[in-house]
Design a protein around this ligand. Structure first.
Ligand code: GLU
Length: 271
């Protein structure tokens, strides 16, 4: 692959529905393709930060539970098991492609504090200067309703801002933002480019996603609002084939592109 000239620092967010099968087990074929693609971007000179869900799904499968946990206490415990499993698999694949990873687990209340925000910023920058790939998730084992992000779309927007990324790429289980739910309405059309997030755009997002993810499109639009207002563009693309990321870095049209608000430089400081 040619060196990506379009974006130097890239945050990629991938959700549980893309990373796991219906039985909650990890989709290793997709994880292999994702880690190979991100490793190649790294080889081409990009800084790569991965925001990955699927701790709770991986823990559910590892513990042989018949369904995902429902109570906070169970979720916290199952996430502790699943996060270990997830990092083991990421570490294995990235290692195979010659790259080191570092785990960063965040909670919302932490990075809303100036010192903790600055600490996170320093850790990301130091890991990147050591040529590592930071892998981020919410610290689900320590999170509860009052302090949580609750979804990794929002978390990935915070991470893009902390790292002063050049782009946020959200890998989803849908091709992008449609004018209506394409699974229910065959005449729904894909919106290739959003220059401003209006109420109409918000109304296209609808409700929640699959039973394995927590986001859906509404949280992705919220993430787009956060990053574009900070001068960072965002894509929603289908993560079924992670090589779609090459199309983005090669400057090809794909998924839905949210233009950065050009009035704002990349913002700094606490969110
Ligand atoms: N942090 C959760 C996990 O790793 C997922 C949150 C989300 O689906 O956005 O399982």
């Amino acid at each position: 692959m040619e060196k990506s000239v379009k974006y130097k620092r890239i945050v990629v967010k991938v959700g549980s529905s893309t990373l796991t099968h219906d039985n909650n087990r990890l989709n290793l074929r997709r994880l292999e393709a994702l880690t190979r693609t991100l490793s190649e971007l790294k080889n081409s000179g990009c800084d790569v930060i991965l925001v990955s869900s699927a701790a709770i799904s991986a823990g559910t499968a590892k513990l042989g539970l018949s369904e995902r946990p429902r109570t906070t206490m169970e979720k916290q415990a199952v996430a502790a098991v699943g996060q270990t499993e997830l990092m083991k698999v990421y570490s294995h694949f990235f290692d195979m492609f010659g790259h080191s990873v570092g785990q960063i687990l965040l909670t919302r209340d932490e990075i809303e504090r100036k010192t903790a925000y600055e600490n996170a910023e320093n850790t990301f920058n130091t890991l990147l200067s050591m040529s590592c790939i930071p892998i981020v998730n919410e610290n689900d084992s320590m999170s509860y309703a009052e302090i949580e992000f609750g979804d990794n779309d929002t978390l990935s927007a915070y991470v893009a801002k902390i790292c002063r990324a050049d782009v946020l790429i959200i890998l989803s289980d849908i091709d992008g933002l449609y004018t209506d739910n394409p699974r229910e309405n065959p005449s729904a059309t894909l919106i290739p480019r959003v220059s401003e997030i209006t109420d109409k755009i918000r109304s296209f997002a609808g409700g929640a996603g699959t039973n394995r993810g927590t986001g859906g499109l509404a949280t992705k639009i919220k993430a787009a609002e956060l990053v574009t207002s900070a001068g960072i563009p965002m894509y929603i693309v289908n993560g079924e084939n992670p090589e779609i990321i090459y199309d983005i870095t090669d400057g090809k049209q794909c998924g839905t592109y949210f233009e950065a608000n050009s009035d704002n430089g990349k913002s700094t400081g606490v969110l």
